[in-house]
Design a binder for this molecule. Structure first.
Ligand code: UTP
Length: 293
């Protein structure tokens, strides 16, 4: 990859599963120990080779998300003057490393609509998508979005990041129907069902928050009617796209946490705290003392 891709982080959803916490604070800003979820996701985008990040926001989330990603020189100078160079370095890290742009989604009409809102910024190039509440870890592997970009370099077609989920979980996700396996991890897509009942699920492979899309997705989104939940579903647009150009799924390596879900959020905090040098011993001891069975 020579020039680097644009990546989109949709973060304009209502976050109803996490009320009342998500009423005033976007769930994408919930901290994983001391780093907001969306910053960790932006770091994955940068580590994957993104040259620019577009964050999709709603008017109620605008101030807080823009503030987090804006270079704050006076606060940085204050921290340095107080002898906190380490904190100063972390304060504006993303703002220094990559260009961040914000796009407003006027109404919360669904993920497909959030992507469509970016069409005039993205224009006619392929781009990455990282859902703002899907956090990934990938120790020992390439960053998850990079795995998809690498697959895209071979296929030049839209690719969904998928993983196998337990039977009890399939009804929470967009589940794919596989045409054929190109390799162990790359599948060409036959169809896809949004949040199917277990008996109607075409496989156990669920789309888990990472995509590389060709700009043809915008034409498909234009034609996509409201789907499940009365929202413009990216899944439905991908199926329209699949009728005019091939779409693939890639079974990525890594672990995904759903920050928009209470259990997923708590799991992420515990796992991250158990990996960090400054917290792991204390948290290990805390969990051991609980004597959980
Ligand atoms: P979710 O469906 O998980 O988010 O969307 P939600 O709608 O906020 O969640 P609940 O179901 O009400 O709790 C996945 C990602 O897409 C964004 C969300 O912010 C989230 O990061 N999204 C969703 C948008 O940007 N706009 C939308 O209209 C919907």
């Amino acid at each position: 990859m020579k020039k680097g891709y644009i990546s989109v982080i949709p973060a304009a959803g209502l976050g109803t599963r996490f009320l009342p916490a998500s009423k005033a604070v976007p769930k994408e800003m919930f901290p994983i120990v001391d780093v907001p979820t969306i910053e960790l996701i932006a770091r994955e985008a940068i580590a994957s080779g993104s040259k620019k990040i577009i964050i999709v926001i709603s008017s109620s989330k605008e101030a807080i998300l823009c503030h987090h990603f804006t270079y704050d020189r006076s606060y940085e100078e204050y921290l340095i003057a107080k002898g906190h160079q380490d904190l100063a370095d972390r304060l504006n890290q993303i703002a220094k490393e990559v260009e961040v742009t914000f796009v407003l989604q006027k109404e919360q009409k669904g993920l497909g609509d959030a992507i469509y809102a970016c069409r005039n910024v993205i224009k006619d190039q392929p781009f990455g998508v990282l859902l703002g509440d899907d956090l990934m870890t990938y120790e020992g592997h390439k960053p998850v979005l990079k795995q998809l970009f690498d697959a895209f370099e071979k296929t030049h077609s839209s690719i969904l990041g998928v993983q196998e989920v337990e039977a009890s979980q399939v009804s929470k996700y967009g589940v794919i129907d596989i045409e054929e396996k190109e390799t162990n991890r790359l599948f060409s897509l036959k169809g896809m069902v949004e949040k199917p009942k277990l008996e109607e699920a075409p496989s156990r492979y669920a789309a888990l928050g990472r995509y590389v899309l060709t700009p043809a997705i915008f034409k498909a989104l234009e034609k996509t009617p409201k789907g499940k939940g009365g929202e413009i579903q990216l899944t439905d647009a991908l199926m329209l796209l699949n009728a005019v150009e091939p779409v693939y799924a890639y079974a990525f390596e890594g672990k995904r946490y759903d920050i928009g879900d209470k259990v997923g959020y708590v799991e992420a905090i515990i796992d991250f705290a158990l990996k960090r040098d400054d917290t792991k011993e204390a948290i290990k001891k805390f969990l051991k003392d609980k004597d959980l069975r």
